[in-house]
Design a protein. Structure first.
Length: 154
């Protein structure tokens, strides 16, 4: 009987550990959209300069696991990248994914024609150091293209 209780306790512990890490290991589309809405609100509430400073803080509230806010001007120059602030000021219009698909140029087209949308592409996920499908959601706010992307698990 004691063996069964120990086995049950071990199984339950392992199950809880597995489910908690797998359930929270990946950000979802819902998480990405929520962070994007927070970023939009930050721009509207605090202004562009203050918001960009916050977006570019790798330890700030706009970097959550593999989620981070990025922003471009309408010409495709980085204004913010929470994962890599060193990109700020660099042109990104010609960035392509591993298949050669234009990423930022597509975002610019969507931004100029619709004001918001999403772009799917293949990108290196730094959390696991492998190429994965990624979906970035973007919105034009105060002349900036603001976005957040999430990776697909498979």
């Amino acid at each position: 009987m004691k063996f069964i209780r120990i086995l049950t306790a071990l199984f339950t512990t392992a199950l809880l550990a597995f489910s908690s890490t797998s359930a929270h290991a990946w950000a979802t589309e819902k998480d990405a959209l929520a962070l994007l809405e927070q970023a939009v609100a930050e721009i509207k509430d605090k202004g562009v300069d203050a918001a960009l400073a916050e977006f570019n803080n790798p330890k700030g509230k706009f970097v959550k696991g593999e989620l981070y806010v990025f922003a471009f001007d309408m010409e495709g120059t980085y204004k913010a990248n929470g994962q890599n602030p060193a990109l700020v000021g660099k042109p990104a219009r010609d960035l392509v994914d591993v298949a050669g698909n234009p990423v930022v140029a597509t975002m610019l087209d969507i931004a100029k024609n619709k004001g918001e949308g999403e772009v799917e592409y293949m990108w290196l996920n730094p959390k696991v150091n492998k190429l994965q499908r990624k979906m970035s959601h973007i919105k034009v706010v105060n002349g900036l293209i603001v976005g957040v992307g999430h990776y697909f698990v498979n």
